[in-house]
Design a protein around this ligand. Structure first.
Ligand code: XMP
Length: 325
């Protein structure tokens, strides 16, 4: 029978046997898969795994700092923080189409990954958080047609893109490839991954960039980060974080009139999107207490400059999607 402990021991043995004294690169996103992978590799080979964390500038407020602190300072895992905020923002200049945004972010991710892996390398292996459903879906994308060996032809990032140049075709280490998502969570927990990461809400790879409808600017990112932080603070304070599949804020690129004190305002609205779901494929909008909505609305309008209105999304999926882009 499958036990988490046996899996962890067996994986560590396999990783050591495979990697030997060589070096391994891992792209860390902060999600449960890549974090569990990082912990497992660190347990198996210590400092010979390098976790590359690329900060695109689209994560939630304080999350990049907290993640690096947690991994590097608390768990002594070898993390390379790459601040790429400016170049990602530049790539989105004037872009409003959702799929074009994703394409550009994914493309830039590969650019940065390539540059940084050359700078930090050489590495022999790439650790990937491939799960069982990924193996099934994309059967042979990473098999070398000549040797039949599994190599990194494409990198599985949270953007699901990425042809790698020929000289960067690492050999793969994929210790999670027989696991389903719930098993990854168990493994993560068993090897000491903090509960806040194990049970974190799903967060899209392009992050806040697709929660700003239309053009992404530094100003809009700041506004959304602050509004989003208030949402998280309040649902955690009320101890209902785990009642949702996801709960987040969206910024709309329109402005409406409001009044504050004796001043007329003309500012952005924030949409609250609170969802319950089993798997993200279908979803229902959450029936949140009015008092909580009022509290969040008041805090956002009073504390976040540039917002003068908060609305609640009551659309289920289908026909709506969870994200607005
Ligand atoms: P939708 O909006 O399609 O979202 O109902 C379903 C789930 O997928 C997440 N999502 C993404 N995740 N990259 C990701 O890694 C993306 O581009 C992306 N778009 C949506 C979304 O947060 C939800 O959990």
């Amino acid at each position: 029978t499958w036990t988490t402990e046996a899996f962890v021991e067996e994986s560590i043995r396999e990783i050591r046997a495979k990697v030997g004294e060589k070096r391994v690169l891992l792209a860390l996103s902060g999600g449960v898969d890549s974090s569990t992978l990082a912990f497992l590799l660190h347990k198996a080979i210590g400092d010979r795994v390098t976790c590359m964390f690329i900060d695109q500038g689209f994560m939630r407020k304080y999350e990049p700092e907290q993640l690096v602190k947690l991994f590097a300072e608390k768990f002594h895992i070898n993390v390379e923080y790459i601040n790429a905020r400016d170049r990602f923002l530049e790539k989105l200049d004037g872009i409003t189409d959702p799929e074009e945004k994703r394409r550009r972010i994914g493309h830039e991710f590969i650019q940065v990954f390539e540059e940084e892996s050359r700078r930090l390398g050489p590495f022999d292996y790439l650790a990937q958080g491939t799960l069982y459903p990924d193996v099934i879906e994309s059967a042979d994308t990473n098999v070398d047609p000549k040797t039949g060996e599994r190599v990194a032809v494409k990198i599985k990032s949270h953007h699901n893109v990425g042809g790698l140049p020929k000289d960067l075709r690492f050999k793969l280490v994929e210790p999670l490839r027989k696991l389903f998502k719930d098993e990854v969570r168990k493994v993560g927990r068993a090897i000491g991954l903090p509960e806040e990461i194990v049970r974190r809400h799903p967060f899209p790879g392009p992050g806040l960039a697709i929660r700003i409808v239309g053009e992404v600017t530094a100003e809009r990112l700041n506004i959304l980060r602050d509004a989003d932080l208030i949402v998280r603070q309040e649902i955690k304070r009320h101890d209902i974080y785990h009642d949702f599949w996801q709960a987040f804020a969206v910024l709309l690129p329109v402005r409406s009139v409001g009044v504050m004190g004796d001043r007329r305002t003309y500012a952005y609205p924030i949409v609250l999107r609170f969802i319950s779901s089993e798997d993200g494929m279908t979803a229902d909008w959450s029936r949140v207490p009015y008092d909580l909505l009022e509290l969040i609305s008041n805090r956002i309008v009073n504390e976040v400059d540039g917002v003068n209105r908060v609305v609640y999304d009551i659309t289920s999926k289908p026909p709506g999607t969870i994200e607005w882009e």
